[in-house]
Structure formats: C-alpha cells, structure tokens
Design a protein around this ligand. Structure first.
Ligand code: UDX
Length: 474
C-alpha cells in the first residue's frame, strides 16, 4: 500500500484583533489603524474590541468601517463620566482584567484571531495571549520621546532614588542628553509626568514602569511617528524592540488614502459633539491671525489658571478660538467665568469641543496653544502650525521640550501660568518670532507628507506591518 501523503495543517485566514484603551487619543489612533488595514489589504479579517460608551458616542462606526467587526464590552465606568486622570490606573486595571477574562472568547469569534494588536498600557494581556498561542504587536499611542525616556532613563532614576524629586532641587539642571542632539539635554522638569510624584506606590507609576519593562516581549511595536522626526531616538528604541513599525502621522496617513478628497473631513472620531460654528467664524478671520487654544481630552484646569489664560489671551490683542471642554474646570462650575462679550464679538470665539484637525488646517490659524498631547502635536506638525506649549503631565512634559528646543517649532511655557508670560509668549509666537517658527514648521509638515506618500518611510512601515500580521505565528 502507498504511504499516506501528509497534508500540511490548514492555517486559519489572517485575522487581527485590535484592542485600544478607551480614551479619545488611543481610540482615534486605533480606528485610523483599522481604516488603514482595511484599505491596504483585502485578505485580512479585522475585529475591533470597543468599549460600549465609545460605541454609543460613535454610532456611525459600522457604516464608516463596514469591513471591521466590532465586539463590545464595558470599561466599568458610567457612560457619562468624564474619566478624569486620577481614575486612569483603576480603569486600565478593570479593562485589562476584563479583557484577560474574555480573551479566549474574543480570540475565537467572530473569526479565529491570528494576531492581537494591543495598546501599550496592557502588558498583562501579552502574557495571556502568549499562553493562548497568539502573537502580539503593541501599539503605543504615546509619543516615542516619552517611551524612550520611560525605557532608558526613568527606571534608573527611580532605582537610584533621584526620583521623586527632592525639595529645593533645581529642575532646570540637565539630566540626560537627547539622542542625536549634542547640545540639547532633557532637564529634570522635562521628564515624564510620573517623575513628579510623591508616592512611588501609585498604581499608575507601577503600570508605566511595567509597560516599559515588558515592551520587548511583544513581536513588534507600532509607533505613531515618522522616521525623519525622531531618527536618533528611534535607533535607540530599536535596540530594545528591533521590530518597530513607524506608520505615522496616522491621521495624515489615513487621510491621504481617502478618496475622494471631499470625504476627508467628515470622518470624525470625536467622543464629544463638535461645534462647527467655529469654522464659520474662522472663515471670516484674516489668514494666520488666530491662535487656537485647546488642552485635549483629559487635562484639568483650575479657576486660577483659567483666569490667567483669559487675561493673557485678551491682553495679547491676538484673535483666539478657545476650546473649553465641559467638566475640565476643577472645583467650580464652567459657566461662572465669562469672557466679556465685547471681546468675544471683536476677536474671540469659545466652543466646548471643536473639529480640531479641521481647525488646525484652516488658513486663519497661525498658532496653537496646546497641552502638548501627542495627537495634538502631530496634528499641528502636519498642518505646519507653530505651538505654544503648556504641558500638564504624562508624555506632554517631554514633548514640549522637543517642540521648543529640538524641532524648534514653538515655545515651551512649561510650569508657568502667568498672564504676563502668556501675553508675551502669545505675541512671540504669533507676531515677533512667527517667520522663524513657520519656516521650520513648514519643513516638518512637508517631511510628514513625504513619509506617508507611496514609497515613504511610514508607507513602507505600514506595508511591512500588514505583511507581518498575515504571516505572524508564535
Ligand atoms: C492623552 C494624553 O493626555 C496625552 O498626553 C497623550 O499624548 C495621548 O493621550 P489627550 O490629552 O486627549 O491624550 O491629548 P491628545 O493626544 O492631543 O488628543 C486629543 C485629541 O482630541 C486630538 O486628536 C484632537 O484632535 C482631539 N480634539 C481635541 C478634538 O477633536 N476637538 C477638541 O476640541 C479637542
């Protein structure tokens, strides 16, 4: 009798499960990634694990992304909760436990997953996925400059006891060179937010340190940046995680592949209602005359800080469009502080939430007063808009140093909130040093566009990611 021919085992079709942290920044990045994956490959099943409250706020997702399966579950926080930063660690932990509990189910249905793409804040999921035989790729939506600091610098500073900072220490002293930047260092005040703690047992700190320790355990690492922007720093990160996929700026990458062009502005992933009246207002303003003021989706502000910003902006004489997010003011009702109506009629406009990408692309915008969140920073770089940075924590303190001193496309107002300083710096940004910042911002904007064009570094990064996802096995 003929020996029976051995049949090769049947491989399941490639199928990727996306798991974002359910906050505005990461959700936006993961949805854009899902979109890019569907556009770039017909042979990939994509399932998106979405928190119920996100899905409720973005009811058009299944229509906008018809090739993506959405699996829903709860993040344990009521839908209308503003999700303040102090709840962050407990929310991540609830979400992570829930994902780990349900992972075997998620991996089976609706299609058997062959790869998991998970937010960098969920290191425990990597362990569990490996036990279940599924390869994992991290997608860190924070800035690579902060991931670099958290990986190469911060753990040593905690170990040596230099962090938390001692009383009376000069935070303007340098602590480390920035890779590739001979004369520019990171100072103590530029270190990531976790270094400003007084309590090293804080669960958020433990989470960040664990995240960095575990980075090399994933099969690969997606970063929302482009090679030209952070070349030297990325080289150092590659020594830790050789398989980096730089595919950003992801919003531009996704926009560049949308046809026709008119569709570009209608695909918003905003979790808040956008007030489009500000676009009509901007239409009536002179070119590059308005500073856009927005502090992202999580940064809180005290009433004293708000008053300083208000005086600083009004006294600068510069036109402004200001996002005042409901619930962002701590310790007081939002409505209790009004900008005088004559100023609003003359040169100011206030909204609760704006179509930010569209605002930054508007010809009337000449500068951006920002908290230096990574998405806001990339959105500003893409549009060539110089920034005045008022960072609050997380990665923002590192990013603002890069904006001010490495890329030199704006001013770092770190740790100051004084009406006279604000007035002066707004004038610097919008009037006195405008040409100098604009020239460099234009150059970076062109370089970002080049990266996502066919053959560019981020275009190549995406294609390599898709190929690898299709064939990735443990
Ligand atoms: C959080 C962290 O705070 C930040 O440090 C980190 O880099 C990413 O995760 P967030 O504070 O929300 O993010 O800031 P950012 O990353 O800038 O994201 C905010 C997003 O909300 C941007 O995509 C921006 O376009 C959008 N946005 C903001 C609007 O669409 N409208 C607004 O009015 C304000």
């Amino acid at each position: 009798a003929q020996p029976q021919q051995q049949q090769p085992p049947v491989q399941p079709p490639p199928s990727v499960l996306l798991l974002p942290l359910p906050l505005q920044g990461p959700i936006n990045c993961f949805l854009k990634l899902a979109h890019l994956l569907t556009l770039s490959s017909d042979h990939l099943n994509i399932t998106f694990l979405n928190a119920e409250f996100v899905h409720q706020r973005l009811p058009d997702l299944p229509t906008r992304l018809p090739r993506v399966n959405f699996s829903l579950f709860s993040d344990g926080v009521p839908g209308d909760d503003p999700r303040p930063p102090e709840k962050f660690a407990s929310m991540v932990s609830f979400f992570e436990n829930e994902v780990i509990r349900c992972l075997p189910e998620f991996l089976k249905s609706p299609a058997p997953a062959t790869c998991l793409v998970v937010d960098g804040v969920f290191p425990a999921v990597v362990e569990r996925a490996k036990e279940l035989g599924i390869p994992v790729v991290y997608f860190s939506t924070l800035s690579p400059c902060c991931i670099w600091a958290n990986s190469f610098l911060v753990p040593k500073l905690f170990d040596s006891g230099e962090v938390p900072f001692k009383k009376g220490m000069d935070l303007n002293e340098p602590v480390s060179d920035i890779p590739g930047e001979e004369e520019i260092s990171l100072r103590w005040c530029d270190l990531p937010g976790i270094c400003r703690t007084h309590d090293t047992t804080d669960p958020y700190i433990q989470l960040v340190l664990k995240e960095c320790r575990e980075l090399p355990k994933a099969q690969g690492h997606i970063l929302n940046t482009f090679d030209d922007l952070e070349e030297h720093l990325l080289a150092e990160l590659r020594s830790l995680c050789p398989n980096l996929y730089t595919i950003g700026p992801i919003h531009l990458h996704s926009r560049t592949r949308l046809e026709p062009v008119t569709e570009q502005r209608v695909t918003s992933n905003s979790l808040w209602q956008e007030d489009r009246n500000c676009i009509t207002w901007l239409d009536s303003q002179p070119s590059e005359s308005v500073i856009f003021v927005s502090f992202g989706s999580v940064v809180p502000m005290t009433i004293d800080q708000l008053i300083e910003f208000q005086y600083g902006l009004v006294n600068s004489g510069v036109r402004f469009l200001w996002v005042r997010r409901p619930g962002s003011l701590v310790g007081i009702e939002d409505s209790s502080l009004q900008v005088p109506t004559e100023i609003l009629e003359e040169r100011g406009f206030i909204v609760e939430w704006a179509p930010q990408e569209e605002v930054l692309a508007h010809r009337a915008i000449g500068g951006f007063l920002t908290h230096s969140g990574w998405n806001s920073t990339l959105e500003s770089i893409v549009e060539g808009v110089p920034m005045l940075c008022w960072p609050n924590g997380i990665d923002q303190l590192v990013i603002s140093r890069f904006v001010g001193d490495v890329w030199k496309i704006g001013i770092d107002m770190k740790d100051k909130c004084d009406r006279v300083v604000i007035e002066d710096m707004v004038r610097d940004l919008m009037v006195r040093r405008r040409d100098e910042f604009s020239k460099r911002a234009d150059r970076l904007s062109k370089s970002a566009a080049q990266a996502v064009r066919e053959g560019g570094s981020s275009w190549q990064g995406l294609h390599r990611l898709i190929q690898d996802i299709k064939f990735m096995r443990l």
